[in-house]
Design a protein around this ligand. Structure first.
Ligand code: GCB
Length: 615
């Protein structure tokens, strides 16, 4: 029998997708004990904690291994490492902004926290859960390795064998390595700072032996809004997955506000669900309605807040709940000011969204990696659409099948975490990846994977655009696969000056919605000069004026919006102009002290006008 190459590729792809099946979602609503707070750390640039003086990997019981926590018992004890209050750090948080000596550090740091055993009954198990750690994480409890995870922006969890937990002083040690490598995702070259550390929440989940691990509950993507509105009948669909097979068990889904109370029988470890609802109020940017949804299994309530809506592309139109959607977007990095550190909390999220709302935005591009879960939760309740992205950024090792698996794993973890968020309308599988045969195969595989994982949303990536004799044309082969044509253009910053916008022509081979996923120019707040002066606020203002004029008057009719680069100036080791940049990419509309630049108000005005047109 001959097996086609495409079949092999598909099988291979599925293998990649079975990785990290064990992610436990919606940890907010589960019984847990927070392990946030003060931890100890050891900076280990020579990796002494893991290797001996012959560079041999240390064995588990080696007292010199940093996963073993030395106890000083007698005077003659010899130790050359230890965890001490003298070296303390806050979790969640990056190490660069907390410890001056680690400002530019990339390498291995060991984290330690001691905790007492919480109450865990005989019918429960404990899992250690990390919201994110950048980049490679190895977790040890009382000297035993629990597992390893790679990827700096997605959650993971490991089961804690019950025999490992002591009543008091359990030593949790986490080895973190944030060195950059060519065959990782992202690769060595990015335009943002590679913050290290346990950057998001850590908790011990205490769960029954059998529990709901993941689920997907959304409005049926085939819903015809007009038909459902007329009949007042909406189909909600999805599935629920348990941590293990439990044939014939039952799961109850309750949505009290909609008077839904439905029971479903498990087959294997999962169950498909579908039911009708009446009087549904659809989630939208103007009406961010969320319903309390309770998944009841074995008397445990798992509660989520879920919004129901459709997002579709019809020809060149982008439709939210059947209505044309214009994206008043803005790009964001996961950095918060004035501390200039990784954002992680709901407070941080609300601060960032405060600026988005002030701009009259209705969409954020969470570039260039999945941001913390508070961001998508806040977006859900504030009615802001989210572009969720994996860090397949610039020139990845596209020919390497191991690298594809790493990207697939991160995609899978992002989708698992965020698939119940109404605000998330699009999965982005990458940014500005250069066209080649290998890249096209790599990227189109990711688009297909995203669609298999979640048929209810759109999929895209920032595509390549060709500049040819004054015409900017998108014929990137990846455009065949993506639902929308999105591109980054910097006409007036990289190449030409903003008046180049007056004559530029735009086109695309693909008859799909046309979206500008980035545009921007740098300005240093307080540097005021003539508009021709690069890095002046006036230059950036001019840039925005010309761009907006081009969008309004000379853009293709399938133009559906823009997410300019970027809300706030951000740290980047690539930006070393000594007068204006000083280690910051200055394309923000706001600087790191919170000062708004002139261009902020130009974009704001455009968005106010658009919003008024929407009525
Ligand atoms: C881009 C990248 C973004 C950069 C930006 C810039 O196209 O997607 O990550 O920071 O340009 O400022 O050059």
């Amino acid at each position: 029998m001959r097996i086609k190459l495409s079949t092999l590729l598909y099988l291979f792809t599925l293998c990649g997708l079975t990785a990290q099946e064990n992610l436990i979602i919606n940890t907010e609503s589960r019984k847990s004990v927070s392990l946030n707070g003060t931890w100890h750390y050891i900076v280990d640039p020579y990796e002494t904690g893991g290797y001996d003086y012959r560079l041999k990997e240390r064995n588990e019981n080696d007292p010199g291994a940093y996963w073993n926590v030395p106890a000083f018992t007698k005077k003659s004890d010899w130790t050359e490492h230890g965890y001490s209050d003298k070296y303390s750090i806050q979790v969640p948080g990056d190490w660069n902004s907390q410890v001056e000596a680690l400002k530019y550090y990339e390498g291995v740091v060991w984290y330690h926290k001691s905790f007492d055993k919480p109450e865990i009954s005989a019918t429960e198990d404990a899992y250690i859960y990390f919201g994110a750690v950048n980049y490679k994480t190895t977790v040890y409890l009382n000297g035993k390795k629990l597992g390893m995870h790679k990827g700096g922006f997605t959650p993971f969890n490991f089961k804690v064998p019950s025999e490992l937990l002591k009543e008091a002083n359990n030593n949790l040690v986490v080895m973190i390595d944030n060195k950059r490598f060519i065959d990782e995702i992202p690769t060595t070259n990015t335009d943002w700072w590679n913050y290290g550390g346990i950057t998001r929440d850590v908790k011990l989940l205490i769960l029954p032996k059998q529990f709901v691990k993941q689920y997907h509950i959304q409005l049926d993507e085939k819903t015809d809004i007009a038909v459902s509105t007329k009949s007042n009948m909406w189909q909600i669909k999805g599935w629920v997955k348990l941590n293990e097979a439990a044939a014939n068990d039952k799961i109850l889904i309750e949505i009290p506000e909609l008077k839904i109370n439905k029971e479903f029988k498990v087959s294997g470890d999962s169950v498909a669900i579908a039911f009708n609802a009446k009087n549904l109020s659809l989630w939208s940017t103007k009406n961010p309605k969320l319903y309390n949804v309770n998944l009841k299994y074995k008397n445990v309530d798992l509660i989520d807040k879920i919004g129901f809506r459709t997002i579709k592309v019809e020809g060149e139109r982008l439709l939210l709940n059947g209505k044309d959607l214009f994206l008043r977007g803005i790009c964001l990095h996961e950095e918060v000011i004035p501390e200039v550190r990784r954002a992680h909390s709901m407070k941080d999220a609300l601060k960032l969204f405060g600026y988005v709302k002030e701009l009259h935005g209705n969409m954020v591009r969470l570039s260039h990696y999945p941001h913390n879960e508070n961001m998508v939760r806040a977006a859900d309740s504030l009615g802001v659409l989210v572009w969720d992205e994996i860090p397949v950024y610039w020139t990845i090792d596209f020919g390497n099948s191991e690298v594809l698996k790493k990207a697939q794993r991160q995609l899978k973890e992002m989708v698992a975490r965020d698939r119940n968020r109404a605000s998330v309308f699009i999965w982005s599988v990458g940014n500005e990846t250069p066209v080649s045969e290998k890249r096209n195969l790599f990227m189109s595989t990711l688009v297909k994977n995203a669609k298999e994982l979640d048929p209810t949303r759109l999929v895209s990536a920032a595509l390549e655009v060709r500049y040819n004799a004054g015409v900017n044309y998108v014929d990137d082969p990846l455009g065949e696969y993506t639902d929308i044509v999105s591109l980054n253009e910097y006409l007036g910053w990289y190449g030409s000056t903003p008046d180049g916008c007056k004559t530029a022509e735009w086109g695309s081979k693909y008859k799909k919605p046309f979206f500008i996923s980035e545009t921007g120019a740098e300005a240093k707040t307080g540097f005021n000069d003539s508009k021709e002066s690069r890095f002046s606020e006036e230059y950036q203002e001019w840039f925005y004026k010309e761009q907006i004029d081009m969008f309004k008057n000379r853009f293709p009719k399938n133009y559906v919006g823009v997410s300019p680069w970027i809300l706030i100036d951000f740290k980047s080791p690539k930006r070393n102009n000594p007068d204006y940049q000083n280690g910051f990419n200055r394309k923000g509309l706001i600087d790191e002290h919170g000062n708004k630049k002139k261009a902020f108000y130009i974009l704001q005005q455009y968005y106010i006008e658009q919003e008024q047109k929407e009525g």
